[in-house]
Ligand binder design. Structure first.
Ligand code: GDP
Length: 203
């Protein structure tokens, strides 16, 4: 890739409700993941901007959808982190409903990036997210992040196991290793996302 189109990402707004999102036109990609999975770090790494998404000192604190446009018609959406034990169950139910509705109804959503700690992939909510994405015909990419914490053979085994499970949970979903610390898998992730946003879109 000659130029990183994600370098242009900038903060626009936080949405508490789907009605607060920008008009449902153009193309966007959503990032989801359990709290502390490494989602903010992955967004920052892909966009090559350290301060873009706030990495969490307090996991589970940001319960909003955060909108980062690249330009007038292309956006990244940071979905609320889920699964953090200190978030009350009622709040978790609420956000599960919002995310489900978002995945079902958002026409401009071209794909879902599911960020998972490569040491603990495919937990219950991850499977739900992939199931929702699959049921609504979305592209999805599993980023197995913090891969630097595994040995090469452990990370390759994990990748193989995740790909195998995806065949039943969400056929067509992709998976790759990623590390924000070591910057591994970054070009590969950018290429997939750019394809969804710019090419698969007929542009
Ligand atoms: P979020 O809650 O999913 O947005 O997760 P953060 O991006 O805030 O990361 C949670 C913690 O994991 C922080 O302490 C990060 O420094 C750390 N972290 C994130 N990505 C990586 C990675 O690729 N490698 C390592 N070793 N640590 C990471």
């Amino acid at each position: 890739m000659k130029k990183n189109p994600f370098r242009a990402a900038h903060y626009l707004l936080n949405a508490h409700r789907l009605s607060q999102l920008p008009d449902d036109t153009g193309a966007e990609i959503a990032f989801a993941g359990r709290s502390n999975a490494g989602k903010s770090s992955a967004l920052n790494t892909i966009c090559d901007q350290q301060g873009l998404a706030r990495t969490s000192k307090t996991p589970g604190r940001t319960q909003q959808l955060v909108v980062f446009p690249l330009d007038e018609t292309h956006r990244l959406i940071d979905l609320p982190g889920y699964g953090y034990a200190k978030v009350p169950e009622s709040m978790r139910e609420h956000w599960r409903g919002v995310i489900d509705a978002y995945l079902r109804t958002r026409d401009s959503l071209k794909g879902l990036v599911l960020v998972m700690d490569s040491r603990h992939p495919l937990r219950e909510f991850d499977r739900q997210m992939l199931g929702f994405a699959n049921a609504t015909g979305r592209n999805s990419l599993c980023l197995l992040t913090k891969a630097d914490k595994l040995t090469r053979s452990e990370s390759l085994r994990t990748l193989g196991e995740v790909r195998k499970e995806l065949e039943s949970i969400a056929p067509g979903a992709q998976a790759q290793l990623f590390s924000s610390s070591k910057k591994t898998g970054v070009d590969e992730a950018r290429a997939t996302l750019a394809h969804w946003l710019f090419e698969a879109n007929g542009e």
